[in-house]
Design a protein. Structure first.
Ligand code: NAD
Length: 257
């Protein structure tokens, strides 16, 4: 089959595969299908058996442990990438976390600690990754993260993740300006709702899916394969003039009143 985009010779790091249904797994497969080499991380030993099949499927040359709450863990990942590859071309950050009790209460009630943890793991970690990627993206590159419409508008039950995703999208714009001189492009992919492990932590997620399907003009939900193909395009030279944008992968749900 003819490749939609060509990432032959490119190398990328994908953070956020929990299992084969993760958005990051769809992206990793799409990067590989476009010809790229893709390194993966896994959260911990409990998660590893669910990530390993994805790593095997795409022939990942590196599968590294990464819990962003652990001091030095991210630096260790980048040291290994640097040692094995020397440089690389793209990064996907597909990570979110909020303490359950803070996610399941009104944003007005969430704790300071819960807000900080959600912000650190789901937003600031992207900037940490950008900082560590910079010296390794010697020929330019693409940094991508995954956001949600709850950044733009109030989505019932999305709660504190709304402000966190809004901060993530603003971080994308500022990082794009900071890194433009080095030809490093920065994007947020705003995906429509998809049944994943993280999504199962949001209250009444099945009802959200039904509401979104009904209000999406085509009545089609987006798949991880479709999000992956957009991510592969953004990582490619074809997306050269684009940076700093939020790209909606939601079958145009976001344009509806
Ligand atoms: P997922 O559960 O498959 O992926 C979430 C990932 O975050 C997991 O791999 C998990 O290990 C990782 N993570 C959480 N805490 C971590 C930590 N401390 N250190 C390292 N990794 C950690 O779910 P997903 O839906 O694929 O989520 C990926 C991204 O997509 C998230 O940013 C999520 O907010 C976003 N998103 C999801 C949807 C959806 O409906 N599923 C829609 C829009 C955006």
């Amino acid at each position: 089959m003819q490749k939609l985009v060509d990432l032959t010779g490119k190398r990328g790091l994908v953070v956020g595969v929990a299992n084969e249904h993760s958005i990051a797994a769809g992206c990793a497969r799409a990067f590989r299908a476009a010809g790229a080499e893709v390194a993966l991380t896994y959260l911990n030993d409990i998660a590893k058996p669910y990530v390993q099949p994805v790593a095997d499927e795409i022939g990942a040359p590196m599968l590294m442990p990464l819990d962003l709450r652990e001091e030095g863990a991210l630096e260790a990942v980048f040291e290994q990438v640097s040692a094995q590859w020397g440089k690389f071309d793209f990064l996907l950050h597909s990570v979110a976390f909020a303490p359950r009790e803070d996610l399941h209460t009104s944003v007005v009630n969430c704790s300071s600690k819960g807000f900080s943890v959600a912000m650190d793991i789901s937003c600031h970690s992207f900037l940490r990754m950008a900082r560590l990627s910079r010296p390794l993206m010697t020929e330019g590159g693409a940094l991508m993260t995954v956001s949600y419409y709850g950044a733009d508008r109030v989505v019932e039950d999305y709660n504190l993740m709304g402000p966190v995703k809004a901060a993530l999208e603003a971080s994308v714009r500022y990082a794009a300006a900071d890194l433009a001189a080095e030809d490093i492009r920065v994007f947020a992919l705003s995906a429509g709702p998809i049944k994943t492990r993280a999504a199962s932590g949001i209250a009444h997620f099945d009802e959200l899916i039904d509401r979104v399907r009904e209000r999406t003009p085509s009545h089609h939900l987006v798949s991880i394969e479709e999000v992956g193909r957009i991510a592969a395009f953004l990582a490619s030279e074809a997306a050269g003039p684009m940076s700093g944008s939020v790209i909606y992968a939601d079958n145009s749900f976001h344009v509806m009143a």
